[in-house]
Design a protein around this ligand. Structure first.
Ligand code: IMP
Ligand code: MG
Length: 180
């Protein structure tokens, strides 16, 4: 359905599955014997989140948060707005924010700053993808699935203009789609 807009598959389902298993193992080792609160950032991280939490056997709560930093295009406006806050307090909890991609770093810097004011026991960030070359603010993820080049990607939860989130693999969008 989206064939015309896609340049290539960047990360296959098999590669994603393998990496998600590794990340889950690492997180469950780092938090052995601890309870976790996994926070999914809406909407991009949902697909990754659903896979990741099932690779972590720890006792766990899940929660959802939505912020927006983007208009409809492919680069950040630099401004972050809270759209939906967490449903439960995180004081004293081991919180891991799960994100789809770290791009400029603006969104996650905002989220980490915000959630750290709520006195969690610990706070870390796990992102499926990372584009280090695009940083506008200094930010480093604690757990990162794949570092990628500066190409706009869609699928496995990531969107272009709210579309293509349902593609099962991480794909590169053709430049002419977003150059318009
Ligand atoms: P940041 O605040 O610039 O780090 O942007 C983070 C958000 O931008 C992510 O949660 C994505 O929703 C979006 N984003 C950044 N790069 C891409 C991309 O290549 N494809 C799809 N969404 C992206
Ligand atoms: Mg997005």
């Amino acid at each position: 359905m989206y064939g015309k807009e896609i340049k290539k598959v960047l990360i296959s389902k098999a590669q994603i599955d393998e990496r998600v298993r590794e990340l889950g193992k690492k997180i469950s080792e780092d938090y052995a014997g601890e309870k976790l609160t996994m926070v999914c950032t809406l909407r991009g991280a949902t697909v990754f989140f659903a896979d990741l939490i099932r690779q972590i056997p720890n006792e766990m709560e899940i929660d959802f948060i939505a912020v927006s930093s983007y208009g409809g295009g492919t680069s950040t406006s630099g401004e972050v707005k809270m759209v939906k806050d967490l449903s439960s307090p995180i004081e004293g909890k081991n919180v891991i924010i799960v994100e789809d991609i770290i791009d400029s770093g603006v969104t996650l810097s905002y989220l980490v700053k915000l959630l750290s004011t709520r006195a969690p026991k610990s706070l870390k960030v796990c992102s499926l993808l990372d584009k280090p070359s695009r940083r506008k603010v200094d930010f480093k993820g604690d757990y990162v699935g794949f570092e990628i080049e500066n190409e706009y990607v869609v699928g496995f939860g990531l969107d272009y203009d709210q579309k293509m989130r349902n593609l099962p693999e991480v794909c590169v969008l053709k430049e002419e789609v977003y150059a318009k």
